[in-house]
Design a protein around this ligand. Sequence first.
Ligand code: GLN
Length: 266
Amino acid sequence: MKKKLLSLSLVAVMALGVLAGCSSSKTEEKPAEETEAETVEGTGEKYIIATDTVFPPFEFTNEGGEFVGIDVDIINAIAEDQGFEIELQSLGFDAALLAVQTGQADGVIAGMSITDERKEIFDFSEPYFDADVTMAVAAGSDIATYEDLAGKTVAVKTATNGADYAKSIADQYGFSIVEFKDSPTMYQDVIAGNTAACFEDYPVMAFNIQQGAGLQIPEGMTAAGTQYGFAVAKGENAELLEMFNTGLANIIANGKFDEIVDTYTK
Ligand code: GLN
């Protein structure tokens, strides 16, 4: 994607000036428009941002059929603050990560935890949200500890750090694991009694329970604290990452960030 910029005419490249080194998805299809958009504040570039499908309160479709959430509002507020355009693609978590790795998308915002392992393949923004991983069980279940999972099957979501965490303790507690592509399907499997528990990010599980999901969090069952960050492929889209960080600092300073979080959590 980045390399495509080289295909711009020399004139266009000169017009881009100092921005010539940056990545753009838009240049792939319409290099001509690219130069026009440069004149306003920011870069005016359009970036493809990948996200999850159903991960409330971070991204989800509300009753009015709009795709909303903390991540959605944050990336839009930052884009506005920094003067760039975004095209949000709701792909699912593992698909979103893959899209960025393969250059199909420029960045990912999906309640994505900053981990050392991921830092090998992604560059992360400053953290913007704290999230522990928690075990959750069907409402009324008597499963209360990891020991209770012995001989049982546990549901996890593909490519998440909740899945990694469950895998890291599976042998120790003697449970097996089944993977799901998205959070709602994983919850349903637990509610249906096919699996004894699932592992999910605490803020997401708490939100779903508050919204009436038939699940509960056994006491003391949160662990593996992480922080969420916006990510780009390692070594790519440095300018986008920088704008994200600057915009994030700005919306934290002007109160917009808290306003967004409050909208979804109060
Ligand atoms: N925070 C978790 C992770 O990064 C889950 C993210 C998600 O499911 N969208 O792995």
